[in-house]
Design a binder for this molecule. Structure first.
Ligand code: R5P
Length: 340
């Protein structure tokens, strides 16, 4: 039995597609990697089974939330299962946090999905650890999320990559929002920076304007952004730099979502494109596990920061008590005579 105020070492569990990240994280903290089985029933519903013993363990579920609609339910089922099987607490490690953009109603009748998504996560997990969430109108996640959240920043890792890989860089942000990143990165590596201006007309329709960058001619442009989503921001910026006599830029992003064929369209406009492994992609070169591991380790020191907003576990009823001994959920129950 763990002593009060002390949490056992985290057990890391990966949702599908997050296995490599989870392994890196487990290695970074010398933690145990557990196993979850997931599959779909013939009708498309999700099946989740935790194969590791989670009783009285602190469980960290690793699931980046790019394209969240595909796997969100099984993530909730995994968290609920961990809790029902006796996990002391359940942390979500989501290197990319979804649904951060629709944080207000821009047109009448729209769903404010940032708020709904935050409520769903907050009612499922005890804690959230994420990297560079796309905070825009809210200053911090605590304005949306009711559970403790840890927000980490990948800018120093991007800066270190630029310092090692790019001679004479000019760090460029594609829009005013990116100034926070590019100024911090430029300061860390002692390079100049510039910020472009962007007008977004629609999801895939952006206009980027370059100021006069002639003072930095001869430097290697490095476009830096938090997200490449539709990719149009970076495509527009990369397309215009040669018009001012610059070499094709390097691109460094934290979250390389690169929807549709955007990566293939951006590639010929650039010298190199790199991203962190927050979202699994061919451009991944910057590992985030070493950034996340110390935060997860720090949460193990105490449960005093843990505020449980979710409902308490429900007592077992007759169906649950009979559960394991009766029939597996994927087969027809015996009282149907073997028929579905
Ligand atoms: C803007 O606010 C962000 O920093 C990114 O520039 C933007 O989200 C990228 O979106 P997309 O790739 O769809 O142009």
């Amino acid at each position: 039995m763990p002593s009060p105020g002390h949490r056992p070492e985290p057990l890391i569990l990966a949702l599908p597609g997050n296995e490599a990240f989870a392994r890196n994280l487990a290695n970074a903290g010398a933690w145990k990697l557990g196993t979850i089985e997931t599959r779909s029933f013939p009708d498309g519903e999700s099946y989740v089974r935790i194969l590791s013993d989670v009783a009285e363990r602190s469980v960290a579920l690793v699931c980046t939330l790019a394209r969240p609609d595909e796997g969100f339910l099984r993530l909730v089922y995994a968290a609920d299962a961990a809790r029902a099987l006796g996990a002391s607490d359940v942390t979500l490690i989501a290197p990319y946090l979804a649904y951060m953009r629709q944080d207000r109603r821009f047109l009448s009748g729209e769903a404010v999905t940032s708020r709904s998504f935050a409520r769903l996560i907050s009612s499922t997990f005890d804690r959230l650890i994420t990297v560079d969430p796309h905070l825009h109108r809210y200053a911090s996640l605590s304005a949306l999320y009711t559970i403790p959240t840890i927000t980490l920043h990948a800018a120093p890792l991007l800066a270190d990559w630029i310092a090692v890989e790019v001679a004479r860089p000019l760090v460029i942000g594609p829009d005013a929002e990116s100034e926070q990143w590019v100024s911090a990165i430029a300061a860390r590596i002692g390079a100049p920076y510039a910020v472009l201006s962007k007008i977004r007309h629609g999801d895939r329709d952006v206009e980027v304007a370059l100021p006069d960058l002639s003072a930095w001619s001869g430097l290697q442009p490095v476009l830096v952004d938090d997200i490449a989503s539709s990719g149009h921001t970076l495509i527009e910026a990369a397309r215009q730099l040669p018009q001012q006599g610059f070499a094709p830029p390097d691109v460094a992003v934290v979250h390389g979502i690169f929807a549709g064929d955007s990566f293939e369209r951006l590639k010929p406009l650039c010298r190199r494109i790199v991203s962190s492994d927050a979202v699994s992609h061919a451009s991944n070169v910057i590992a985030l596990a070493p950034l996340i591991a110390p935060s997860l380790a720090a949460t193990a020191e105490s449960v005093s920061d843990l505020i449980r907003h979710r409902r308490p576990p429900e007592p077992l009823d007759d169906v649950e008590r009979a559960g394991i001994d009766s029939f597996p959920a994927s087969d027809p129950p015996s009282w149907t005579g073997g028929r579905d």
